[in-house]
Design a protein around this ligand. Structure first.
Ligand SMILES: Cc1cc2nc3c(=O)[nH]c(=O)nc-3n(C[C@H](O)[C@H](O)[C@H](O)COP(=O)(O)OP(=O)(O)OC[C@H]3O[C@@H](n4cnc5c(N)ncnc54)[C@H](O)[C@@H]3O)c2cc1C
Length: 383
């Protein structure tokens, strides 16, 4: 059983269903309290990258995540959701230029495609860019991509169900209690399973605490005033000139194409949370549109089409949490930031662990046991 049909849960369900179809003897039920893909995954910037991930093992995990989507796309209608367009980053202040050069050096040492370019080449690669100032430093990351998460999750869920998985949504899929290898849903049904994979994004700690109260799954606070896990996502359009094709980062803006001729925007300094009043969100949305106009051409007639505060399921130590929940033998947890980059690769590793019982060495740094007290660790039979 898989709880949560965001990008992580939908990927895990598809990988498990595929393992089941190949004879691993698994029957998969995917539960979601809503329709699939309506929570964080829907609004994510969805940039597939390992551009600034540390330490090295976490960089490698994300890099493997990028490759996993490239592998998966041809067999999963990738034309509908996979956009391997590369990424142009611009840095203006001296400190930013120095940091960008150092990062490109480190990434190339690690075998990751990255190179410094001059502003003229940046404009050749992304003709929609407003001409950058002469002192601008730029870098090109040709292996990076983005995905459109709604069609992607749709394809993942269809792939899972085509291979025998069952999906339950709304009250039939809303897990209200989790204990002893059983999940109760809001419609009163009890679901028993040999394995329960909890992929409930930011709601994960509330569920896992029921199954094993002594095994915290600590996430950065997301529902309090001033919490840093939420981020503002803004969609603008139409673009009247040649539309941007690449991912673009400047010091004050992240921008990428979105479906329907829109652009999706974020800004690192947009300090909003789930309690920010709507006029303040609208003020930020207009500010991001202004920044986008200064970055690319063709937005003279654009307006803010949509905006949303969306929550990062950010583990307290910023590293993925993947593995068996100490103290609850049947519960396996998968919660992470960068979940869009990581989902295809993590889901393969998770399905292989569950199908074979063999522990993936690559996942050793990410086990939930790192947060558990000694009592819970002792109880976690298979962690
Ligand atoms: C602003 C922003 C930008 C981001 N940018 C990037 C990026 O560029 N690249 C990247 O890789 N990552 C990015 N991320 C992170 C990434 O989006 C997340 O890591 C990923 O979407 C998490 O997916 P998920 O499936 O774990 O969670 P979600 O998408 O939140 O899915 C969890 C699901 O669980 C369901 N659920 C919860 N509780 C229950 C319950 N009790 N019963 C049944 N179902 C339940 C929910 O309905 C939901 O469908 C970004 C995040 C944010 C907020």
């Amino acid at each position: 059983m898989v709880i949560g049909a965001g990008v992580i849960g939908a990927s895990v369900a598809a990988s498990l269903a595929q393992a089941g179809a190949k004879g691993a003897g698994l029957r998969v039920t995917l539960l979601d309290q809503d329709q699939p893909g309506r929570a964080t995954s829907r609004w994510s910037f969805a940039w597939l990258n390992s551009n600034d991930k540390a330490p090295r093992h976490y960089h490698d995990l994300n890099h493997a995540g990028m490759r996993a989507w490239a592998d998966l796309a041809p067999g999963l209608d990738g034309a509908a959701w996979y956009r391997p367009v590369g990424h142009v980053e611009l840095a203006t202040a001296q400190a930013g230029r120095t940091e960008l050069a150092a990062r490109v050096r480190r990434l190339t040492d690690w075998g990751y495609p990255a190179r410094l370019i001059d502003p003229a080449e940046a404009t050749r690669l992304e003709p929609s860019l407003q001409p950058p100032a002469r002192e601008t430093a730029a870098a090109w990351f040709p292996g990076e991509a983005y995905v459109l998460t709604e069609p992607l999750i749709d394809r993942l869920v269809k792939s899972a169900t085509a291979q025998g998985a069952t999906i339950l949504t709304g009250d039939h899929g809303r897990v209200t209690a989790l204990a002893d290898g059983r999940a109760r849903t809001a419609d009163g049904a009890e679901h028993e399973a040999d394995e329960i994979v909890c992929c409930a994004g930011r709601w994960t700690p509330g569920l896992t605490a029921q199954a094993s109260p002594a095994s915290p799954i600590p996430l950065v606070a997301w529902d309090t005033l001033g919490a840093t896990a939420p981020g503002l996502v803004v969609r603008v359009g139409p673009v009247t000139a040649q539309a941007p094709a690449r991912l673009i980062h400047t010091p004050r803006l992240a921008l990428r194409p979105h479906s329907g001729g829109l652009l999706q925007l974020e800004a690192p300094d947009a300090a909003v949370d789930l309690h920010t009043p709507d006029p303040e969100l609208r003020r930020w949305a207009s500010e991001l549109l202004k920044r986008a106009r200064r970055t690319v051409r063709g937005l003279d007639h654009a307006t803010v089409v949509d905006y949303q505060v969306c929550v990062r399921p950010m583990p307290a130590d910023e590293q993925s949490i993947v593995g068996r929940l100490p103290g609850a033998e049947h519960v396996y947890v998968a919660v992470t930031h960068s979940g869009v980059t990581l989902a295809a690769h993590l889901s393969r590793l998770i399905a292989a662990e569950l199908a074979t019982g063999h522990q993936a060495a690559e996942l050793a740094p990410y086990r939930p046991a790192r947060f558990a007290g000694p009592a819970a660790r002792k109880g976690g039979a298979r962690s």
